[in-house]
Design a protein. Structure first.
Length: 431
């Protein structure tokens, strides 16, 4: 056994980058393991229940995961870890949300004791109605999002097969004039459409906007696109006018300066989360049209109030776009429950090898926290620790210095292939 992977009992995976089988191994573990750190020689991945459930939702089974770990591991894989992987993945899909011809939205099980267990939860009781039969219980339609969040927290993620409304029809076609969707972009659109809702993970510069445009052309309906800022809103509008049959008049901007509601409306998270007298006046935008598709750009930055409203939008198709599923606030489970599971994930090394994005050299820069920062980290709540380490003043100074050093360097764009080499520095804090 001389594989590139070291599988540890705490569910961390260490990948030796220079090993001849490293790329092959990376492809095998990508569906279920999240990349945590990528310094020069050893990349660290972590296997989590959410990662395993994402893999299960994408059609991978426990046997594939176990085979990948055993095949590429340098040392014997801890047996308890393999058992845990199988048991965790087996939890997904034992409960399903479906539409019943007579009772509407229902929760059904293939394993009756599981349904009995969750129905005993005080958190589930307000979300469900009458027991229809031994394996089925009615669910209040307005609680479709809430019940998925709650079941996930109980360790029994439900598969949502209840379907989606088409929304208001609107003609949208891709205008592939001298260009075409790349193979991985086509696959991302197909995987999303087949699943109905969920998240597409692509590295920076890999053309997430075009995946959004391809999904809109598939939906052919009114679309609400949520973005991080007005610069991003205008980039989206430019790309949609350039790449699709949409005209400028069909695309509205809903931001701090403009309040246009059109068949395709691009809104900023900032305006949606503006609060006045205790209420969010602009959240009514979600109800302003019969949207057929809602696109969440940079879903890892989705603000909490938008999560809250998304819980009520479970009958709409939802597409999340991001380069990472890791969130500073630890709400990855809410992305899974409310936007949907990961439908497509193309590791940046794979896209880089195909020549679509600039080669990247990852260099880890170790940062020593000050005594006061270490104390603040040590006493922070568990869900705040990641955010604190990511935004500590000492790390920010180092990051700013790195940005200044590479100011003016070329970077890849979504519409073209860049061949310039980019140096990325990942910072990690000594705690």
């Amino acid at each position: 056994m001389n594989g590139p992977l070291i599988v540890q009992s705490d569910k961390t995976l260490l990948l030796e980058v220079d090993h001849e089988l490293a790329d092959e191994c990376r492809r095998a573990i990508a569906p279920f393991a999240e990349l945590e750190r990528a310094p020069e020689h050893i990349h660290t991945y972590r296997v989590t229940p959410l990662g395993l459930w994402n893999a299960r939702a994408a059609g991978h089974d426990a046997e594939q995961v176990v085979d990948a770990l055993v095949q590429y591991s340098r040392y014997p894989v801890p047996h308890a870890l393999l058992v845990d992987v199988a048991e965790t993945m087996d939890r997904y899909g034992r409960l399903t949300l479906t539409k019943h011809p007579a009772h509407g939205l229902v929760l059904t099980t293939t394993d009756r004791p599981v349904l009995e267990e969750v129905l005993k939860s005080k958190r589930i009781a307000p979300l469900v109605g009458a027991r229809i039969d031994a394996d089925t219980v009615a669910v209040h339609p307005s609680e479709r999002g809430q019940i998925k969040q709650t079941l996930l927290k109980l360790g029994w993620p439900a598969e949502d097969l209840a379907g989606y409304v088409d929304g208001e029809a609107h003609p949208i076609e891709l205008r592939e004039d001298g260009w075409a969707l790349r193979p991985y972009q086509k696959q991302a659109v197909e995987n999303f459409w087949h699943g109905g809702s969920g998240v597409v993970v692509l590295p920076c510069g890999a053309g997430k906007t075009l995946v959004g445009a391809g999904s809109m052309a598939q939906a052919k309906s009114t679309t609400l696109i949520l973005v991080t800022n007005t610069v991003s809103a205008r980039q989206w509008k430019h790309e949609l006018v350039k790449r699709t049959s949409l005209t400028e008049d069909e695309i509205g901007e809903y931001s701090g300066t403009k309040k246009e509601i059109r068949p395709v409306t691009i809104a900023t998270y900032q305006v949606l989360t503006t609060k006045r007298k205790g209420v969010y006046p602009h959240l009514e935008l979600f109800d302003s049209r019969d949207w057929g598709l809602i696109v969440y750009d940079e879903v890892h930055l989705l603000p909490a109030p938008v999560f809250k409203f998304t819980a009520d939008l479970q009958a709409r198709r939802r597409l999340g776009l991001t380069a990472t599923l890791v969130r500073e606030d630890g709400r990855e489970s809410d992305v899974f429950s409310l936007i949907g599971p990961k439908r497509f994930d193309a590791p940046w090394k794979e896209i880089e090898a195909q020549g679509y994005i600039a080669p990247a050299d990852c260099v880890e820069v170790r940062v020593n926290l000050t005594d006061s920062e270490r104390l603040a980290y040590a006493t922070a709540e568990a869900e705040e620790k990641y955010r604190f380490c990511a935004t500590t003043a000492t790390k920010r100074k180092v990051t700013e210095a790195i940005v200044r050093r590479f100011a003016g360097s070329r970077s890849s764009s979504s519409g073209s292939t860049s061949t310039s080499s980019t140096n990325w520095a990942s910072t990690s804090a000594h705690r």
